[in-house]
Design a protein around this ligand. Structure first.
Ligand code: NAD
Length: 483
């Protein structure tokens, strides 16, 4: 597994069968850098085969009783759960996640998601309308058909399980396309779902997997006329291309795109909880988290104190092996991402910000040192762009108005935060933020609430059962008399 022994080959899976492709590409461990697996290099013909298979299986899967569809999701969760320890090791090698992050978010959360969808009540897929003027009626959620599920590099199995589980629950078939940097966990999910389908005598073509390094496979899937919906999580640039190419066949789109979260620290905030919240930008997946609080907008009355505490926290960080319990900052997912983050912090310096970096970064692995950027202004590139790395920007603000203006000054609208001891006033500030989610005095996400993006952060919502809007059509059946 580490460059010398046998390297496992991960194949594209169509109806549960390994599909032969012309070539395979190495997948590297972001910390140790040797090859941990070889992933098949799919192309347009692989996408065509996977979509055709998903189309062929769709009617039968939609007719499969909901109880069976539930059991498939549950069984897949059980299969992954049985491999949990092995998958946590795989997640560390695949994504560079630190062990607790790998256990909780890379592996644990997807298992929980599959089980949660297996337990949704029947009535989320259909309900009776109230009688009106002698008319009754029923609303049914019908599956859209084939759903292309395209996931990003930061939390591959977490992200794609949030697409595949509701799509399958609602009777759609799926073609999964994970990010090329770390496709191995998603391959494990596809294998588990295929085993579960086989165990339940359900159609094998309900779940398909296409691997591929360049944009070709994702673009082919996004533009495929027989993929009726695309559920995408990734950058705004790619999401925009998918929006464009989906227009031709009027696809359903769920687009979860970039973010540039602002965290407003009011003068009366509890700074201990602010520090605990914002340092996660350095420590969780090396800042490769879409909803990370990347811009700290701090009231001038507490700004210097907060900055001093952040400097102290920066000095305490330990960059290193994600397998080591003392490590607090792991590597980025790829050399490309490392170069991108470096370019953005260089630009921050050129644009007049003060850039301080942590020391003690290993000489190998795709690290970018945890970075504190101060003397920020809203128009600086580092304050506008989705850095997707361990970079925290701090800007002083004079009052709530300035903080709100700065928070709303980017093209993104994903998740913002307000920290204040006065919850009433914090809610008033939160109400002025042009963002899909606002969290007050917490950075945690509520699993039952809608989740998505405004502006350049996307279209549609997941979270709770809101995702069903993207994977189903609403059918109205009107009856002359109610029964
Ligand atoms: P990316 O956009 O580079 O890639 C995402 C996926 O799209 C990958 O599977 C990739 O292979 C595929 N892809 C690439 N070109 C394509 C094309 N032309 N057509 C179709 N698919 C294509 O993103 P990434 O680097 O993997 O992830 C980082 C980005 O994702 C950041 O911008 C981050 O903010 C965003 N993100 C958003 C959320 C959210 O919930 N809003 C969550 C996680 C990550």
């Amino acid at each position: 597994m580490t460059g010398s022994g046998t390297v496992r080959n991960y194949a594209c899976l169509v109806a549960g069968e390994r599909l032969t492709t012309k070539s395979a590409v190495p997948v590297l461990d972001p910390y140790t850098e040797p090859v941990i697996g070889e992933a098949a290099e799919g192309d347009r013909s692989t996408v065509d085969a996977a979509v055709a298979t998903a189309v062929a299986a769709q009617e039968e899967w939609a007719r499969t009783p909901l109880s069976t569809r539930r059991r498939v999701l549950d069984l897949a969760a059980d299969i992954l759960d049985e491999r949990r320890d092995e998958l946590v090791d795989l997640a560390i090698a695949d994504t560079g996640a630190r062990r607790p992050v790998a256990a909780e978010l890379q592996v644990g959360a997807p298992i929980t998601r599959l089980r949660a969808w297996a337990r949704q009540p029947d009535d989320v897929l259909g309900w009776a309308a109230a009688d009106r003027d002698g008319l009754g009626g029923r609303v049914t959620r019908t599956p859209v058909g084939v759903v292309g599920c395209i996931s990003p590099s930061n939390f591959p199995m977490h992200s794609i399980s949030g697409k595949v589980a509701p799509a399958l629950f609602a009777g759609n078939t799926v073609v999964m396309k994970p990010a090329p940097q770390d496709p191995l966990l998603v391959s494990a999910l596809a294998a588990a779902l295929n085993s579960a389908l086989a165990a339940e005598n359900a159609p094998a073509g309900a779940v398909n997997l296409v691997l591929g390094t360049g944009p070709e496979t994702g673009a082919a899937l996004a533009a495929h006329p027989d993929a009726r919906a695309i559920s995408f999580t990734g950058s705004t640039a790619v999401g925009t291309a998918i929006y464009r190419s989906g227009a031709e066949s009027m696809k359903r789109l769920l687009l979860e795109l970039g973010g540039k979260g602002a965290l407003i620290v009011r003068h009366d905030a509890d700074l201990d909880s602010v520090i605990a919240a914002v340092t996660r930008t350095w420590t969780i997946q090396a800042g490769q988290v879409c909803l990370t609080p990347a811009r700290i907008l701090a009231d001038r009355r507490i700004h210097d104190d907060l900055l001093a505490r952040l400097r102290a926290a920066l000095a305490e960080l330990v960059h290193g092996d994600p397998r080591d319990a003392t490590t607090t900052v792991g590597p980025l997912v790829s050399a490309d991402q490392q170069a991108r983050v470096t370019a953005l912090t260089d630009t921050a310096r050129r644009e007049g910000a003060t850039v301080e970096t942590a020391s003690g970064v290993p000489s190998h692995g795709w690290f970018h040192p945890a970075t504190l950027v101060s003397d920020c202004r809203p128009e600086q590139t580092v304050m506008q762009e989705d850095v997707f790395g361990p970079v925290l920007c701090v800007m002083p603000t004079s009052d709530d108005d300035e903080a709100v203006d700065a928070a709303n000054s980017t093209r993104y609208g994903l998740t913002d935060y307000v920290f204040s001891r006065n919850v009433h006033e914090a809610e008033a500030v939160a109400g002025r933020l042009d963002t899909a989610q606002v969290a007050i005095n917490t950075v945690r996400r509520h699993p039952d609430l809608p989740f998505g993006g405004n502006k350049a952060s996307g279209l549609g919502r997941s979270g709770g059962t809101y995702a069903l809007d993207s994977y189903t059509d609403l059918r109205a059946v009107v009856t002359a008399e109610s029964h």
